[in-house]
Design a protein around this ligand. Structure first.
Ligand SMILES: *Cc1c(COP(=O)(O)O)cnc(C)c1O
Length: 364
């Protein structure tokens, strides 16, 4: 038996109890009508959480990175131009994945810790209207910054698709796929959705699916080919593609059920409140918040450590003495700061108080 942790890093977070309980249900075959009904119900819950009516909305097997690869691999062909917003680690990963698919990548950058100007992304598209897509991260988990997405709706009037990473935002802050004109969007289950990792929710607009069907060559990844996944999960009859995990899907279904029973506005409010509580308290302990007010994520706080506090020593003490996990820094905060997550089940007063109490005890 391993230890139980309070998971306050950038993910995984502690799942909702309903999701943990669902993991122990009997295993179903991956083509069992009851399993496919669970997929359909999960997809419907995901449509609500994404704010979309997209028919193609699926719980793709794999983690958030699989969702990223699925969106880009289905929409890009070698030689296509991709415009990618980069203001942190996950924007960099997006551009790396696009490059590996043979796309030409043009980045629109902002300093780590600052948001990307949506006008700069739109300008880049105006300068290169042939661009296949613009891709951006909504919630940059490396820095705790929220990028503005709504102005990118203008891309709907062009031939360029909008791809959005909502891995850390979905279920934590408002995400409106249809209202914002997002063509392809992916997330992960272990951050604000309150389930274990292993499934990547993906949704695609009709216009994006039309583009995917119009490819000159098949999607290079068989596993992440959304057309094949659609034939498996939504076909009649369902066509075997891979052996999807029923315990994992049950957990995600149950986590989403818990979230929707509470209601999205209440869940967003809970994240906002606990994040504010932490962000009010950290400067009093000598931490310096990286993101500026107005673009700060409540569910992920990146902060520079107080003078004289050693990263490894204090993180080890948090883990071994208090069972608390926080994340190390990336980029400008590598070795010098932390990333603290208050996601899903942990977006509450108690984890905040527990962490602050432990920090005061350790750093005295
Ligand atoms: C965590 C994360 C990912 C990658 O997800 P995995 O589940 O670790 O594969 C991608 N994008 C963002 C913004 C993330 O926070």
């Amino acid at each position: 038996m391993h230890s139980e942790r309070l998971l306050l890093g950038p993910g995984p977070s502690n799942p909702y109890p309903e999701a943990v309980e669902a993991l122990t249900r009997p295993v179903l075959g991956h083509l069992d009508p009851e399993f496919l009904a669970l997929v359909a119900s999960t997809s419907e819950r995901l449509r609500t959480v994404f704010g979309t009516r997209n028919q193609l909305t699926l719980p793709v097997s794999g983690t958030g990175s699989a969702g990223m690869e699925a969106c880009l691999a289905n929409l890009l062909e070698p030689g296509d131009l991709a415009i990618v917003g980069v203001n942190g680690y996950f924007g960099q990963r997006l551009s790396e994945v696009a490059r590996r698919l043979g796309a030409q990548v043009r980045t629109v950058e902002a300093e780590w810790g600052r948001p990307i100007d949506p006008e700069a992304l739109l300008d880049a598209q105006r300068a290169a209207p042939q661009a296949r897509l613009v891709a951006v991260v909504h919630a940059e988990t490396s820095t705790g910054v929220r990028n503005d997405v709504a102005p990118l709706r203008e891309l709907q009037d062009t031939g360029t698709l909008l791809v959005l990473d909502t891995v850390t935002s979905l279920g934590g802050i408002p995400v409106q796929v249809d209202e914002w004109g997002v063509d392809a969007c992916y997330s992960a289950t272990q951050k604000c959705l309150g389930a274990p990792s292993g499934i990547a929710p993906v949704t695609m607009s009709e216009r994006a699916m039309a583009r995917a069907r119009d490819r000159r060559q098949p999607v290079s990844s068989f596993y992440l080919d959304l057309d094949l996944l659609e034939q498996y999960y939504q076909g009649s009859p369902a066509r075997y593609h891979h052996t999807a995990s029923s315990p994992l899907l049950s957990a995600v279904h149950a986590g989403l059920g818990r979230l929707l029973a509470e209601g999205l506005p209440a869940v967003w409010e809970r994240h906002a409140r606990s994040g504010e509580r932490l962000q009010d308290a950290l400067p009093e302990l000598g931490f310096e918040l990286l993101a500026e007010k107005g673009h700060r994520l409540p569910q992920l706080t990146a902060a520079r450590l107080p003078e004289g506090v050693d990263d490894a020593t204090v993180r080890t003490a948090l883990r071994t003495d208090f069972g608390i996990e926080v994340g190390g820094g990336l980029g400008p905060l590598a070795g010098a700061g932390w990333r603290i997550g208050l996601m899903g089940q942990n977006a509450r007063e108690r984890p905040v108080a527990t962490l602050l109490g432990a920090l005061r005890a350790i750093t005295g």
